[in-house]
Design a protein around this ligand. Structure first.
Ligand SMILES: C[C@@](CO)(OP(=O)(O)O)[C@H](O)COP(=O)(O)OP(=O)(O)OC[C@H]1O[C@@H](n2ccc(N)nc2=O)[C@H](O)[C@@H]1O
Ligand SMILES: Nc1ncnc2c1ncn2[C@@H]1O[C@H](COP(=O)(O)OP(=O)(O)O)[C@@H](O)[C@H]1O
Length: 306
């Protein structure tokens, strides 16, 4: 059997990091949505028992055991006992180190593909457990629409309909400079700040109150949701980010935000905004090597139940 699965990028519309846990990870509250833009993962069964083959059209991405597609396959085999062979082919479009969740999305696409290729029936709770073991950002990709993500990332619930309809279908412009930002660096920078007495974390209760208010205020636009704890540390270190944000705001009247730990930024585009004009401004500031993509927030509104 051969399957081809779309593996979307994500945007953290809101991202509040609320504190460091005893296990070294951080607790967060984030409204996250998949995009209509992303990678494609192809998978087919092979005759050789136990083999996992992986090729990728991006030569810069390692296809060894560090690749999250392989990690997901290892978790799937260990969990289900499946011993068949599989060949993956990854068509990569989402850049790494971007805060767009490309690797995490690929891991969930691999789990879904393996369900089909192996014929194993896997319960939703088991899919969630495997996804959470693959990476903090993986569970959110089990939903096909906007979610509220909590804990380390393993607690996901569908964004209530009143919120989802203000997000799904919104046009976005995503841009990324030539450099990336490592997630561990960004979390480490927050923790360093706290160690020096800086109030780097968001107050959990205030964040939850704000989110509930946004959900209940039917007229509050998606724009009122946007904030990201990482912006302060990322913008302080990587000055190309605030420089671009100021340039795009002045030239196009569009506000850029960081996605996840960066380095990708995004803007929600109103119907009046000419995305091509914004793209030209981004390239004027960051040069031709910058990635600029127009996409939309995706979702079918189906509830996520585990
Ligand atoms: C910041 C976020 C926001 O959605 O996204 P990205 O910017 O990576 O896309 C996520 O929390 C990233 O999740 P993910 O990229 O899966 O992280 P993992 O591979 O599990 O962990 C990478 C490293 O980040 C730190 N980490 C990650 C998640 C978390 N809740 N607390 C942490 O402290 C840990 O230092 C860990 O070693
Ligand atoms: N299939 C994959 N696609 C992208 N990155 C991967 C993959 N497998 C492993 N990685 C590694 O995972 C790390 C983070 O993944 P990435 O897609 O950049 O997510 P993010 O930028 O959202 O943290 C990168 O350092 C990358 O090398």
């Amino acid at each position: 059997m051969q399957v081809s699965l779309f593996s979307p990028a994500k945007l953290n519309l809101s991202l509040a990091i609320t504190g460091r846990r005893a296990d070294g990870f951080h607790d967060l509250v984030s409204v996250v949505a998949p995009l209509t833009w992303g990678d494609t993962l192809h998978a087919e069964g092979t005759e050789t028992r136990g083999e996992t083959l992986l090729t990728c059209d991006d030569p810069a991405l390692a296809t060894d055991e560090t690749n999250l597609v392989r990690k997901a396959a290892g978790l799937f085999r260990a969990t289900t006992g499946w011993q068949g062979g599989v060949r993956f082919r990854l068509e990569k479009r989402i850049p790494t180190g971007a805060g767009l969740g490309g690797g995490s999305s690929n891991a969930v696409a691999a789990l879904r593909a393996l369900q089909r290729v192996s014929g194993c029936v896997v319960a939703p709770e088991t899919m969630l457990r495997m996804a959470a073991a693959a990476g903090s950002d993986c569970p959110l990709f089990l939903a096909d629409g906007p979610v509220i993500m909590r804990g380390r990332g393993e607690r996901v619930e569908a964004l209530p309909e009143s919120g989802a309809r203000r997000l799904v279908g919104r046009r976005v412009l995503v841009c990324k400079p030539a450099f990336g930002i490592a997630t561990a660096w960004a979390y480490g920078r927050l923790a360093d700040g706290v160690a020096r007495g800086v109030a780097a974390y968001a107050a959990g209760e205030k964040v939850e109150d704000g989110l509930q208010r946004w959900l209940q205020s039917e007229n509050a636009p998606a724009e009122a949701l946007l904030n990201n704890t990482f912006e302060q540390v990322a913008f302080a270190k990587f000055v190309a980010l605030p420089t671009l944000a100021a340039w795009v705001e002045a030239r196009c009247g569009v506000t850029l935000h960081l996605s996840g730990s960066g380095s990708a930024c995004f803007a929600l585009l109103g119907p009046e905004v000419d995305a091509t004009h914004v793209a030209v401004c981004v390239r004027e500031a960051w040069g031709a090597s910058a990635l600029v993509v127009e996409s939309a927030l995706a979702g079918n509104g189906a509830p996520v139940r585990f």
